[in-house]
Design a protein around this ligand. Sequence first.
Ligand code: PAF
Length: 290
Amino acid sequence: MRVVRTIADLRALLRPLKGEGKRIGFVPTMGFLHEGHGALIRQSAARCDATVVSIFVNPTQFGPSEDLANYPRDLERDQNLCLEAGTTVLFLPEVAEIYPTGFQTHIEPGRLADPLCGRFRPGHFRGVATVVAKLFNMVQPDLAFFGQKDFQQTVVIRRMARDLNMPVDLVVVPTVREADGLALSSRNAYLGEDARRRALCLSQGLLAAKAAFDEGELDAARLLAIARGPLAGVDSLQYLELVDTQNLEALQGPVDRSAALCVAAYVGATRLIDNVLLVPAVSDAPGNGS
Ligand code: PAF
């Protein structure tokens, strides 16, 4: 595994690989990696000839009162995970490399950035879209791998890549969970013992609703009520919503198309998000022709 810190070095390493027609996979991250990232890197390594992983804690996607300064970091552990999972090139840029003095051009995502997390994190997806567009331009990957846990992020980035004709295919990899159901997240590191126990109610609610859906419950209001039950354990619920996966509009009545049940809540001082997909047997999910 080669470690590079500048865009020039990154491009110099990738140029010959591209010249040979190698397929480049890309996994953008903010570090403090866990097995969820491991799954993305492994998928990329299995499907591509070379895998680039970036670790960059992107300041433009954090709000003024968010956890940028305290965002957890452990570069040595991250490097070991990257190596073990099959990374070819690890890109570790400094902030000035990505946002040099005078930087002033941003990607403005459209309506898909407004609901769900967008309501509570103004400007967040503008920062995400901007840095991902820049990283795509630096790496020029054939495939880019993102975790399902950041569901809205995957929808915003897919739209951006389509709208701006970026020649990259997005691969969304299912959320990796602890044995008890908690979705892996770098922010789980903030949870003390009591908060860790209470954080479980997010996945408990979602997975109970998914089980009911799989057993034939299609009514959006009843599915939301099932998911809401255990959420009494959180300190502050930001949203629990069942949305159409294509346009992120709230679903009412029967779930007759591919939907995502999404939650964001504070447990103690830690903001957690999670989601499950509810895909009807005959749906508008990509690939079944409707
Ligand atoms: O999902 C993340 O870790 C970040 O939002 C990303 C995609 C690396 C952009 O900073």
